[in-house]
Write a protein of this length. Structure first.
Length: 76
């Protein structure tokens, strides 16, 4: 594993991003990912948030706004 990490560290940023995308796609396509189950609590929370969004009671933030907030000390 150490040798693999050393090889990865030598890749360019673009190559690392492509590698991560390929790994993520492989994970998503695996049978293990298809069998993943979320807890009832998490499912309920996701549904609650989705309903708030559909009802217009909450909004989304752009990446630019989130980045600015993170860089200025977590104040969204």
């Amino acid at each position: 594993m150490t040798q693999l990490l050393e090889q990865i560290s030598k890749l360019s940023l673009e190559e690392k991003i492509v590698l991560v995308e390929k790994i993520w796609d492989d994970i998503a396509d695996s049978s293990d990912a298809q069998e993943m189950v979320i807890s009832p609590e998490l499912e309920a929370e996701l549904e609650r948030r989705y309903q708030l969004l559909k009802e217009g009671k909450t909004g989304l933030h752009s990446w630019e706004d989130i980045e600015k907030s993170l860089l200025s000390g977590y104040t969204i």
